[in-house]
Design a protein around this ligand. Structure first.
Ligand SMILES: [Zn+2]
Length: 364
């Protein structure tokens, strides 16, 4: 098997188990990528991430280009050395954060001019600049630059935006050098409109990418709406390439998306919830701030094998959360990321045994 290759080993309906071979090692899919926004998965040590089975991390181009700047990261050895993580790292293109966080943005055919939400400094992000920044960061998987439309959006606007993203995808591919052995993924857009999603996929397939992401979902639409788009969206892409659903999601979103042929996921939910005192359990989340847990001697989850559940009671964790202790964030983030990674492992095992569809139908 060559580098930057993807092979599918098991299929059940549209769900599949695959192996993505990157320049930084192999990734078993379906996979969840913990989010390391500013080159750190908040409240987690890289060695803990590795110990609990994290295979690949996501970092945000927008955050790193404005602080500390890609040249600083490059000077300090590139993202892997900089953050002491030896496995693969996927960077997003910056497009989504420019739309959601940046100030005074102006968009034209060339790209987006904006002011940083941190210090107001002016930046220009174009497809060429986004790819150059991601190559300077020495990212393992680089994302094409796109525009993400909100929900709901009129069809005319979604179409215009999708066509712009398609032209930007072509420019992203043309400027991609692959000098660090990295891969380049394209991003499908088109809102909630099937014909636009198909047209977008056609453009991307013609250009040719190492993997295909489905963008413009998880932007506030109901879960059933997202599933409707996924029902047809993944079919437009070649079977022998990985498919990545950006920014998703809750456990039931992930299960439903794997059922519809998705291989890769990222989301801030497990880490952000952990910092807010919420812990994932089999049927949802529990909020440890609630008074009912103050005298609770049980771990978050009896069945969980993580360090937090092996050593600490809900009562102690509730105390830490109420006291705003840093250890609360560390332990709850660890449990939540462990929960997500264990879920993905379980999904892979169920697909291998041909039992995933039955499991998924009970959840979503
Ligand atoms: Zn646990």
């Amino acid at each position: 098997m060559d580098l930057n290759d993807f092979s599918v080993s098991h299929v059940e309906g549209k769900s599949r188990v695959g192996l993505l071979k990157t320049s930084r090692g192999c990734v078993e899919t379906p996979v969840f990528m913990p989010v390391g926004t500013a080159a750190t998965v908040k409240a987690m040590l890289p060695e803990t991430l590795e110990a609990i089975g994290a295979q690949i991390l996501l970092c945000n181009t927008y955050h790193l280009m404005i602080r500390p700047g890609e040249k600083v990261v490059n000077h300090l050895g590139g993202l892997n050395t900089f953050m002491n993580w030896s496995g693969p790292i996927l960077t997003d293109s910056g497009g989504f954060q420019v739309m959601s966080l940046a100030k005074l943005r102006q968009l034209d055919e060339n790209g987006v001019t904006f002011r940083s939400h941190v210090d107001g400094k002016k930046f220009l992000l174009t497809p060429e600049a986004s790819i150059m920044i991601q190559e300077t960061l020495k990212s393992t998987i680089i994302m094409a630059f796109d525009e993400c439309t909100p929900f709901p959006v009129e069809k005319k606007i979604a179409e215009k935006s999708m066509k712009l993203s398609s032209r930007w995808a072509e420019r992203s591919k043309s400027s991609f050098k692959g000098s660090n052995g990295s891969m380049l993924f394209g991003i499908q857009q088109g809102g909630m409109f099937q014909d636009l999603r198909e047209e977008s996929a056609c453009y991307l397939n013609d250009i040719g990418f190492d993997g295909y992401a489905i963008g413009g979902l998880a932007v506030g639409e109901p879960q059933q709406k997202m599933f409707q788009v996924l029902d047809y969206s993944s079919d437009f892409f070649p079977k022998h390439k990985p498919r990545y659903l950006m920014g998703v999601g809750k456990p039931s979103d992930i299960v439903g998306a794997v059922l519809r042929g998705i291989d890769m996921f990222d989301c801030v939910i497990p880490t952000r919830s952990g910092r807010n005192g919420q812990a994932f359990v089999e049927n949802g989340t529990i909020n440890l701030k609630n008074a009912q847990y103050q005298l609770d001697k049980n771990p978050i989850d009896e069945a969980c094998g993580c360090y937090c559940c092996s050593n600490y009671s809900r009562g102690y964790l509730s105390h830490l959360v109420r006291s705003n202790e840093i250890l609360a964030s560390l332990l709850l983030t660890l449990h939540n990321v462990y929960f997500y990674i264990s879920l993905m492992k379980k999904i892979r095992e169920l697909i291998k045994r041909g039992e995933f569809t039955a499991f998924a139908k009970k959840i979503c």
